[in-house]
Design a protein around this ligand. Structure first.
Ligand code: TXA
Ligand code: MG
Length: 332
């Protein structure tokens, strides 16, 4: 096991170290506005392999390439359609990832052998500074062990990856907390492959003929990320629509391992002091999204057996939050 360097985002020499490590084929976790990413040079087969090994990620799940400047796009992608530029104009830099035809400068391991590559321009100042200094395209999956909740703080990155990666940039918690929206723009109509913090409603303001994955019949549309387990804490995740019902369940027999609750409304009359219980009442859906992955991790560290999550309306970032909650709760 090697030492994972802790780097300070406010010290220029530390940012330089992060960039030099990336250029030299190293693995560096850095913050973005969505979640922490585990960066590697997307032009180096060996470096990309290290990210898959550190995460324990299945080789058939491709990575997103992070760039700092739009002029870089055509170095790594080709046949970029007009709609991609319209979407970039509105949402980049930011939490939007576009799937485009790939050039050979991006190694095949990044894209799991696909002819397309996912590209994102993060808005986070630390991410941008490191990408600019490194001046290589940086493939960065979320910085967590595969299947686990994404890392939204540097402490949770270390919880999963300490000793397995070269460095982590120890910045503030990510302010969105849920991953980017992934849109495939290689076909006749753009297709949303993963809901994220850029909502479907916002995307529709730019492209009217947008499809979501459930509406697509085109078999060439590829969404490898859906094949695998995702976002799962050790505790069992249960979705709750009716709080009164939950109150009854909790006040009767609950698991000896305790329970957690996260949502927008308090559970009146329940004694949190009794046993191993943890509740997080969020101010609004944005706050809920920002908290969800760290709440899962906190419950795990307390050894909590069941985590109840209040459902939210399937709209705006609520749609992405519900997607993550459903996947965390799924048995497969
Ligand atoms: O917010 C984010 O997107 C974060 C930060 C670090 O940028 N990254 C992230 O990466 O969530 P990851 O590896 O956890 O998820 C990448 C998603 C997966 O669902 C993957 O299948 C999809 O993007 N993806 C990547 N390349 C693709 C491609 N060529 N075609 C279709 N889907 C692709
Ligand atoms: Mg991930």
């Amino acid at each position: 096991m090697k030492q994972t360097l802790r780097l300070d985002p406010h010290r220029e020499p530390d940012l330089r170290t992060a960039a030099d490590l990336l250029r030299g084929g190293g693995c560096v976790a850095f913050p973005t506005e969505t979640v922490y990413g585990l960066g590697v040079d997307a032009t180096s087969q060996a470096a990309v392999k290290r990210a898959f090994v550190a995460k324990g990620r299945p080789a058939d799940n491709p990575l997103i390439v992070h760039l700092h400047c739009r002029n870089q796009l055509e170095l790594y992608c080709h046949s970029v359609p007009a709609i991609a530029y319209s979407l970039m104009e509105r949402f980049c830099p930011g939490a939007l990832t576009l799937v485009l035809p790939k050039r050979s400068s991006i190694v095949d391991a990044v894209t799991a052998g696909l002819e397309t590559v996912a590209v994102r321009f993060p808005a986070h100042a630390t991410a941008r500074a490191i990408l600019q200094m490194a001046d290589v395209p940086v493939a960065a999956p979320s910085a967590n062990r595969s299947g686990r909740p994404s890392g939204t703080t540097w402490q949770s990155v270390l919880e999963d990856l300490d000793g397995r990666i070269d460095a982590v940039v120890c910045d503030a918690p990510c302010h969105i907390g849920i991953e980017s929206t992934v849109v495939d723009v290689t076909g006749a109509e753009p297709v949303v492959l993963r809901c994220g913090s850029v909502s479907i409603q916002q995307l529709l303001e730019v492209c009217k003929d947008l499809r979501t994955l459930g509406q697509v019949i085109d078999p060439t549309v590829n969404s490898p990320g859906l094949r695998h387990r995702h976002y799962q804490p050790t505790g069992r995740v249960v979705l709750v629509s009716d709080l009164l019902d939950l109150q009854c369940q909790l006040s009767s027999a609950e698991s000896s391992l305790g329970w957690g609750f996260i949502g927008l409304e308090a559970l009146p009359g329940l004694n949190l002091g009794a046993g191993n219980c943890k509740a997080s009442i969020c101010e609004n859906v944005d706050h809920y999204a920002r908290q969800i992955f760290s709440f899962f991790r906190e419950c795990d560290s307390l050894g909590i057996g069941t985590i109840y999550c209040q459902c939210v309306p399937d709209h705006g970032i609520g749609q992405a939050l519900m997607d993550r909650l459903k996947r965390a709760a799924s048995e497969s």
